[in-house]
Design a protein around this ligand. Structure first.
Ligand code: ADP
Ligand code: MG
Length: 728
């Protein structure tokens, strides 16, 4: 873009100073806007406080009369903090979060006004839900949807609104959101894991899943984003030649954070503190203008809510700083994209991390039990995990040599590999005393308490054991973590239920000791799940070939990957655990394939518009300048001009060539789109967009990018990569 125009654009926003109110100590403001235990103690009656605590810890129901008391306390607290409105805050199946604000203020008889918020309004609301995606669940005559309070995630105030985390279900009880299945899966894993944990410690009565996410994002000047229709509408650049300098020098990663960005981060972190989101680390990422933010891990439901909330808050805070946050997995071709690592584990109410090796053989047997069961679960349901991370935007990243491939495998490191190799040799049947001693002393007993060996961290694995947790690294940066977390909880719950049944059967039928039975079952699991373990380089063809031999799935596109979500295996899993019914599962699949098709459709339209309305007219203008130049040379030199104007004439021809390719590509793409749109079956439509429409993008882009290199910078109407990536 013309340097002068670019400067003017930058001046409009970049230089406006933004002040940040920094508290002396972060810890002092932590959770100030959250209706947490402290606030509850202050504003609730003893009885209602106890009811909330029990709902959180034991999942008990809250009586309506108690709900009235709670709502009164919550309202008083919210008003004391300056809130004027309340909303049921939920996570519909597409988009980030949704809310509808109602005022506390109501008129009562006699024309007087008062602040009102009763138990009814707290517990249940009936938003007009007809425009949220439902995958055909709601009949047109029954468009009602209900939001219902989730007491396990505390209410909070954002701005002047009291936000009440809720689930969103249809009139007939089907889940219409991301939270409902997550909560059901957490219940399943709680029950299953508690039962197994009791083998090792009878006093365990609850197991929670824990999640620590790491959010990557790009931060780009708002004025520059506004000047790019593709970034503005699709969240990624659909064309643009790479900058002469990109990330080759690796000089951004962990480098010093630019001041303007630091101001944004400080502001954001303050907001997070007020909202009780325990953000902890911030640093530059690999690509220029790419950053990461991570909190301390929390109970999974709360962590998911906090991630959704964070993404919202980031948007708002960025706006104050004249930035735009790009959450897209691949905003720039040729530059690393963004992911959202999901660190996952399970913890007991006795304070034990079940995926953390301990100091005694018994603790380590417990660790191995949960560790090996997780391996087995991932082995059996690898395709479902792949499906859980599928999206049009994440397709750009998976398998692109910067993120894990589309093949799910597990990395466990050399130490644990050795342990599993030893355990595989355990005798079939009852163990001899010598074997037991040997196992206890030299195998199980030798697992070091701290396995965090930094040299042993394979960055190319999609699912890696990192010392005391598993890290699912293939999740996309735009994703709602509820989806992958639901799958992980569900498959591990199912696996643990099976494990317990097998162990109990050996104890009852074969009169085995508990330890013997556990060793016997684990040995079989180690054998059965061998193919999922992969310690090598996950990038490249060699692993793809090897994975194919092992029978692992390699679903490269979203429509293909999503098929696993509606497989008989998946339906059986969810129905057995009561996490989702067939109707709910199929509705979700329908919504996701439709969203995929729509996203590609939108991108196709944007690309067509930019190429025809920005790129080609600009190329023609430049070509006319060249023609004028050649004409002038001819006037001066007569027939001798051919030699002098050879380069210009070649440029004129090249430009025509590119224009021709672009136009042809767009015409063909539009035809393919029209065909895809006639398909009534949503899945078929998604496949058509994937296989027939999308392939034109690359070719159209290639020729546009070539023109960008040829055409006079003064004329080029779009902000270029170097300007987007290196402006701070
Ligand atoms: P990185 O993967 O960037 O090297 P770390 O290994 O330091 O980072 O930790 C990554 C994340 O793992 C942090 O966000 C942390 O909160 C989370 N984490 C640590 N322990 C657990 C756990 N038991 N359960 C879930 N998440 C955890
Ligand atoms: Mg990580």
């Amino acid at each position: 873009m013309s340097t002068l125009r670019f400067q003017a654009l930058k001046e409009t926003l970049v230089r406006r100073p933004v002040s940040v109110n920094e508290p002396a100590r972060r810890s002092e403001i932590f959770g100030q806007n959250v209706f947490n235990e402290n606030a509850m103690r202050q504003y609730l009656t003893k009885e209602s406080f106890k009811a909330v605590q029990e709902a959180v810890l034991k999942g008990t129901k809250i009586e309506r009369s108690i709900a009235d008391q709670i709502s009164t306390g919550m309202k008083e607290w919210a008003i004391s903090k300056g809130a004027t409105h309340y909303t049921h805050w939920f996570q519909p199946l597409t988009g980030a979060t949704a809310e509808k604000h109602d005022a506390f203020f109501e008129t009562v008889e006699g024309g007087q006004a008062m602040e009102k918020f009763g138990g009814g309004q707290l517990v249940q609301q009936e938003p007009d839900a007809s425009s949220f995606p439902n995958g055909g669940i709601r009949n047109t005559f029954e468009a009602r949807g209900y939001t219902a309070w989730d007491p396990t995630s505390p209410a909070f105030i954002y701005g002047t609104t009291l936000c009440i985390p809720t689930v969103f279900v249809s009139y007939t009880g089907e889940a219409l959101d991301n939270k409902t299945p997550l909560l059901r899966s957490l219940q399943s894993v709680d029950q299953a894991a508690t039962d197994v944990a009791k083998y090792f410690d009878k006093s365990v009565s609850k197991v929670i899943a824990t999640l620590g996410w790491e959010q990557e994002y790009f931060l780009i000047d708002k004025a520059l984003v506004d000047a790019r229709p593709d970034l503005k509408l699709a969240g990624r650049t659909l064309l643009g030649h790479s900058s002469a300098k990109g990330q080759q020098l690796d000089d951004h990663y962990f480098g010093s954070i630019p001041t303007r960005v630091l101001n944004f981060m400080r502001d954001l972190e303050n907001e997070c503190m007020l909202l009780g989101v325990p953000v902890k680390t911030r640093h530059n990422e690999v690509a220029p203008n790419q950053f990461e933010l991570a909190p301390i891990f929390e109970e999974a439901n709360l962590a998911v809510d906090h991630n959704s909330l964070l993404m919202d808050v980031m948007d708002k805070v960025a706006d104050r700083h004249n930035f735009k946050v790009l959450f897209h997995e691949k905003p720039f071709a040729g530059i690393n994209g963004s992911g959202k690592h999901n660190n996952w584990s399970m913890a007991t109410d006795t304070g034990v991390n079940l995926l953390s090796p301990g100091s005694t053989p018994m603790k380590n047997l417990q660790f191995l039990t949960f560790f090996i069961n997780t391996l087995k679960a991932v082995n059996d349901y690898e395709e479902l995990i792949r499906a859980a991370i599928a999206s049009a935007s994440n397709d750009h990243r998976l398998g692109a040599n910067e993120a894990p491939p589309a093949i799910i495998s597990v990395f466990i490191g050399s130490q644990l590999t050795q342990v599993l190799d030893e355990l595989e040799k355990v005798t079939d049947g009852k163990l001899s005393p010598q074997e037991k001693t040997e196992l206890k002393l030299n195998v199980v007993g030798k697992i070091p308490e701290i396995l965090l060996d930094n040299t042993d961290r394979n960055r190319t694995s999609p699912f890696a054991f990192t010392g005391n947790k598993f890290e699912l690294r293939a999740v996309g940066s735009t994703a709602n973590c509820a989806n992958p977390m639901t799958v992980l909880n569900a498959i591990v719950a199912k696996q643990l239920i099976e494990f317990k049944a097998e162990v109990d059967a050996l104890i009852a039928n074969k009169k085995m000791k508990k330890d013997d039975a556990i060793f016997n079952v684990l040995r079989e699991y180690i054998k059965d799940s061998k193919r999922i373990r992969f310690e090598g380089d996950g990038y490249g063809q060699a692993w793809e070939d090897e994975a194919a031999k092992r029978g692992l799935s390699n679903n490269k596109t979203t429509p293909q990957a999503l098929k696993a979500k509606v497989s008989p295996q998946a339906i059986e899993l969810y129905e057995q655990l009561g996490i989702m019914s067939k109707v709910e599962i199929e509705a979700r699949h329908e919504i996701e394939v439709e969203e995929y098709a729509k996203r590609i459709q939108i991108e196709g339209r944007i690309l067509g518009d930019i190429a025809r309305n920005h790129v080609i007219p600009t190329a023609i203008r430049y070509q006319n300048i060249l023609i004028e130049n050649v004409q002038g040379l001819k006037d001066i030199y007569g027939e001798g001009f051919k030699k002098i104007a050879a380069e210009q004439m070649s440029l004129i021809e090249q430009i025509s060539g590119h224009i021709e390719h672009i136009n042809k590509g767009i015409t063909q793409m539009i035809d393919a789109r029209k065909k895809a749109n006639t398909l009534a079956d949503m899945e078929a439509c998604a496949f058509a967009y994937c296989n027939e429409v999308k392939p034109f993008f690359d070719d159209i882009r290639y020729h546009c990018d070539k023109l960008e290199l040829l055409v006079d910078d003064e004329l080029w109407p779009l902000v270029k990569y170097r300007e987007l990536l290196f402006t701070r």
